[in-house]
Design a protein around this ligand. Sequence first.
Ligand SMILES: NC(=O)c1ccc[n+]([C@@H]2O[C@H](COP(=O)([O-])OP(=O)(O)OC[C@H]3O[C@@H](n4cnc5c(N)ncnc54)[C@H](O)[C@@H]3O)[C@@H](O)[C@H]2O)c1
Length: 248
Amino acid sequence: MKLLEGKVALVTGAARGIGKAIALKFASEGADVAFTDLNIDENGLATQKEIEAFGVRAKGYASNAADFEDTHNVVAEIVKDFGRVDILVNNAGITRDGLMMRMTEQQWDMVINVNLKSAFNFVHALTPVMMKQKCGSIINMASVVGVSGNAGQSNYSASKAGMIGLAKSIAKELGSRGIRANAIAPGFIITDMTAVLSEEVKAEWAKQIPLRRGGTPDDVANTAVYLASDLSSYVTGQVINVCGGMNT
Ligand SMILES: NC(=O)c1ccc[n+]([C@@H]2O[C@H](COP(=O)([O-])OP(=O)(O)OC[C@H]3O[C@@H](n4cnc5c(N)ncnc54)[C@H](O)[C@@H]3O)[C@@H](O)[C@H]2O)c1
């Protein structure tokens, strides 16, 4: 029996990167997968096909996770299409780095809205569904910098610290309803998001990683499978660092 057989997962921002790796790993463990991204273009359609290749149901939905109304509409559509949602991964995220002195209000608002308000939007829309089901696993994609802070990333670090606080709070609020909530705090993961960093910055990160390599999206996806599945049925309100040891 596969770990996620019979479950329906919803992963946000999954056309590429860590979200896509999670969607594929969930599918390989038997879950049907609904996923969102800003656009479902050729990337998104390719992701949908790759998920379907595992013999499960898959559908990509164009939706802006930062938009409250848009999110409630897309969740209603997904519940209509799939019948239920057992696993929610709040993965959509962006960076707009800058030192505090130079950070604009727009940089601040964008990152907080896409990285943190998005999770509120999806949890808010799905709470009644999961309460009715009397089960659910919510996974918030945080970051090691949400725990440690990072110069030049005050907006991003604050949003990721918020993702941890949100997971811990809903774990307390919804635990009695059979709903678990946890956060994953990845370190330096090799994706398009980190590809834009200079070689100098990457070398600086590498020095801080005891395992001496950047993580892969699959490293994060394996932890997501654990948190999504019944293997973690007594684990809630926790943060798991997937960082090669850099944050310990
Ligand atoms: N890559 C890393 O080193 C790293 C480390 C820690 C945490 N994370 C977090 O992991 C998550 C995924 O990161 P990634 O490296 O795969 O990034 P990525 O940029 O490769 O992928 C992010 C995806 O989110 C989508 N997205 C952006 N804004 C959206 C919105 N408003 N609505 C819906 N979708 C939206 C993008 O289109 C993209 O497909 C993010 O939350 C990121 O902050 C990444």
